[in-house]
Design a protein around this ligand. Sequence first.
Ligand code: KIV
Ligand code: ZN
Length: 389
Amino acid sequence: MTEIDQDRVLIFDTTLRDGEQSPGATMTHEEKLEIAEMLDDMGVDIIEAGFPIASEGDFRAVSEIAKRSKNARICGLARANPADIDRAWDAVKHARHSRIHTFIGTSPLHRAIPNLTQDEMAERIHETVTHARNLCDNVQWSPMDATRTEWDYLRRVVEIAIKAGATTINIPDTVGYTAPVESADLIRRLIAEVPGGDEVVFATHCHNDLGMATANALAAVEGGARQIECTINGLGERAGNTALEEVVMALKVRNDILPWNTAVDTRKIMAISRRVATVSGFPVQFNKAIVGKNAFAHESGIHQDGMLKNAETFEIMRPEDVGLMSSNLVMGKHSGRAALRDKLHQLGFEVGDNQLKDVFVRFKELADRKKEVYDEDIIALMHAGEESE
Ligand code: KIV
Ligand code: ZN
C-alpha cells in the first residue's frame, strides 16, 4: 500500500513532453538537458522528460536526463502497447527514481479511433499496466480525455489499472473542458468509489482551453488529488497546460485556504521561466500571472504611491519569492509626483519641492509623447533643467 502524505502535493512537470508538443516549441538535446537540470534543482518531484518511442532524439534525451537526474523521479510516456512501454523503460531505467507513464484515450470519441469496444479496451489496459508494472515498480496510468469519459466506464477502467499495479492514476482534462466544481467532484468520487482508490496517488492534468487550467488543478487537489501535472509558463498544446508557477505560488500565497505544500524553491521560478521562453521560442505574455513582465510592475500614480508607502497595498507576493530583485515602478504618463521623486532619488538627484514641480511638468510633457520614460530620459530632463537655469 502506498503511503500518501495528505499535506503534500507532488509537482509533476511535463514541459519537456506535453510542453514540447506545442507546435513550434521543439528544443534541442542540450536545451532539454539544461531545463531538466533546472527542474531537478528547483525541487520538482517528477519530470516527464519525453516520449521515448516518438523519435531517436527523444529516446536519447530521456535516457540522458535519467542518467543525470539527482532527486527528481524521471518519467517517460508510452501509449498502451508493449513496444512503447519497453522503449520508455529502456530510457528511464537509468534514473535513481524512474516511472513509466502509459495512457489510452477512454472517452467515446477516443475509443472510436482504435475502434475498440469497452471490453476490448479494458483488456488492453489490464495487459499494458501489468506489463509496465513488471518492468518498473512505479507506474502511472492515464485515461486520456477522462473528463469526457462516461462515469461508469471511467470508474471501471481506473479500478482495472489499480488492480494491475498502477501506483498513480492521472485524470487528464485533455481538452480543457472541465470546470472547478466538476474537477474536484470527479477526483473525490473516484477516490471514494473505486476499490483501492485511497491507496494510489491521484493526479490532475489540465489543459487551458477555457482559461481554467490552474483553477481546475487546484480544485482537483481539494477533491483529493496529490499530484499536479504542469509546465513552465503553461507551455503546451493549443492554449497550454496548467502553469507550474501559478499552482505553486497559489499554494504558497493562499496556504491559509489551500493547505498543501510543495517542495519547489519558488525563488528559482523566474530564471527557469525566462530560459524556457528562450529555448522554446514562446515569449511570455506581458500580463501573465507570476512571470509576465508586468506581474510586478506599476505605472499609475495611485499604485506607485501606495507601493512606495507599503508594497502590500498592491502586491500579494514578494518579488524576491519568485526570483526577482524588486518590483518595477514604470515611469509613464500615469505616474505621480511621489514616484518621480523616488526615481530621482534612485538616480542620485535630490530635489526640493519647487524643482520637483518644474521637473514634473516637463516629465509629463515627455510622457505624453513616449509610452515609457526611461532612466536616461529623466537624467536628460534634469540636465536640460540645469542648463536652462
Ligand atoms: O492531455 C493529455 O491527455 C495528455 C496525456 C498523454 C496524459 O497529455
Ligand atoms: Zn496533456
